[in-house]
Design a protein. Structure first.
Length: 195
């Protein structure tokens, strides 16, 4: 079960608030191994970026599996060993409201799974990153590493800021440039967004 954002007041990027996690075992370890495999397919993305937020329920933290930007949108990737409705609700009720406060453009969700379930909506299942980027709510079925070949379209790490951001694509990956120079004090304040 995950937390649902209600009445978001502020959100910012942060380091891991809990320190080093204990070694995962069993199904959790298999899921994390699968997540690392997906992360390797997208080396220019943000992996496991922590978000600190405050809403009607108080202080909270969230950690989307993978975040990357393309020319058309910000993409939230949730990795699950087996497809469940939990992945969609986690993106829609937790990550989407937080990232929408930090990103002014369109946000696209992608669920990546190794195994499908009998309840999987087959119309959402795609077999490559390029198909996933074109589908409104895809489930990328990545049974083998072949399906995780990097997308043909260029992508990269998003730069979250209150300042204007320009994206230029060079050497196959986007370079994110600030349009105005900020002092370190300005930088700290732009990483926090108060709503």
């Amino acid at each position: 079960m995950h937390r649902r954002v209600s009445g978001l007041q502020e959100v910012s990027l942060c380091d891991n608030p809990w320190g080093k996690a204990a070694r995962a075992k069993g199904a959790k370890a298999l899921g994390l191994r699968f997540q690392r495999t997906v992360e390797k397919a997208l080396p220019a993305a943000l992996h496991g970026q922590w978000l600190r937020f405050r809403d009607n329920n108080g202080l909270g933290f969230a950690q989307p599996d993978i975040i990357f930007a393309s020319a058309s949108a910000l993409h939230i990737v949730e990795c699950k060993l087996t497809d469940t409705s939990e992945a969609d609700s986690q993106i829609k009720e937790l990550y989407l409201p937080l990232l929408a406060a930090l990103w002014s453009g369109p946000i696209h969700q992608i669920v990546v799974v190794k195994y499908l379930s009998p309840l999987t909506q087959r119309s959402r299942v795609v077999g490559s990153w390029d198909e996933a980027l074109a589908h409104p709510t895809p489930i990328l079925h990545a049974f083998s590493k072949r399906e995780l070949a990097p997308p043909a379209k260029v992508y990269g790490k998003p730069l979250f800021s209150n300042s204007c951001v320009e994206v230029s694509f060079a050497a196959g990956y986007p370079q994110f440039l600030r349009l105005r120079k900020e002092s370190s004090e300005d930088q700290h304040s732009s990483d926090n967004l108060h709503l």
